[in-house]
Ligand binder design. Sequence first.
Ligand SMILES: *Cc1c(COP(=O)(O)O)cnc(C)c1O
Length: 492
Amino acid sequence: MIFFSTRNKSKANKDINCILKGLADDGGLFVPADFPELKLENLVDKNYIDMASYITSLFFESFTYDELKEIYSLSYKDKFQVENMIDIKSFKGYGFIELFHGPTSAFKDMALQALPNFVDKSKEKFSIDKETVILTATSGDTGSAAIRGFESIENLKIIVLYPTSGVSEIQKKQMTTSSSPNTYVLGIDGNFDDAQKMVKAILNDTKLKEVLSNRGIEFSSANSINIGRLVPQIVYYVYSYLELVRKNIIKLGEEINVSVPTGNFGNILAAYYSKRMGLPIKKLVCASNKNNVLSDFISTGIYNRERDFYKTNSPSMDILVSSNLERFLFHTSDNDDNYVSGLMKDLSNKGFFEVNKNHFNKLENLLSGYWVDEKSTEKLIGDLYKEEGYLMDPHTAIGYYGYLMEKEQAKSSPYTLIAATASPYKFPESICSSLNIDCPDSAEKMLKAIENNSNTNIPENLLIALNKEEIHKGTNKTSDIYDKIKSILGVE
Ligand SMILES: *Cc1c(COP(=O)(O)O)cnc(C)c1O
């Protein structure tokens, strides 16, 4: 399997180089040149780790199946609250894939427990003697999951940029209490897009990269721009589908819809990859919050980032530039790198791009987009809890809304898997408000109040983080970040 940059398919790249670099030199994202076919009937009985190892071996051929099995065992065993990493809660016509049973209670653990070991083993296996610097922008969940994944990896530093006032108290604590000496957590006075822009600028700074390279230091990324994040995310769609088959909820081969609360378009892209590999997915439902740049794009073909940015109760989706959409545009335009480069140039020069008519028609058949505001999101959480006794976090509730809207619009809907991306306990203020609980004044009391007023339990890792002392304090001016990072790396 070779990988291209979305902006240049004349150059073939090797899997481990893509993982270690994160972003292509031309600013594009690495994508697989084609999609291997899955024989679903042969996978029905595989456990999660075996399935992850198998699917990953189709993409990352530098590793053997046995090596991947070792990596996934190391990454997943004893780190998740449920035996097979994920859980499915099925109701009539739809079900939630709970992806939040890992060490930081959000779905990003699924990939960010594995990626650090891909990086580590790549370097070990191919005797790459470089120090890796993982540079990551986060709207909350990536940062904590990346720190948990990378904090114990040798010969590596991790630097996390987050919007100081754009994450929940618990998300902040999960990051700022890390005492690992290889971890740097920098709050900025901007929003997530500012943080992501900063990361991309540094990853594209050829002069800085050269200085660092001479000292044996190389950047990579833990954001979903790294292809090493995407591949482990394909696994849970395939696994969940087959779990539904095993439970006789659907028949093998039956089409389903997938509804995904979307920010950077990584999770829903992984669902698309699974579809390209043969998973019978009819529609991908892309659900957004008030930052509805994607649902506007899906209905008009115009992606316009020039708009107000809103801070919402689903902060991990407060994004105006969805990086992975670039990959999706590449794959759905028959790998047209020139066309994609042009769109991305328009986005950076004019603030918007428009896909051509042909492409738009194709996207219409694949994707639906809906968005929902904060108040309705909280109402959905309260209503579903009353009806079914199922408690969703605000992000998951947006995915649920996508399912409801698609069912209404399409008049009928196949069984729909909704990605449940975070534990409700990560966003306790919204949950208290949704369940009509008087909101106590501290995060810890809120968690206890939710536990006492629902049929759920507090994930232990959240209580531990709340009770740890903050180590990485304060906020930085976005304009100072470049220098700050250079000083961490010892560069003038
Ligand atoms: C990151 C995140 C999302 C958005 O996922 P993308 O892959 O960025 O689209 C949704 N919900 C939660 C809880 C997240 O942490």
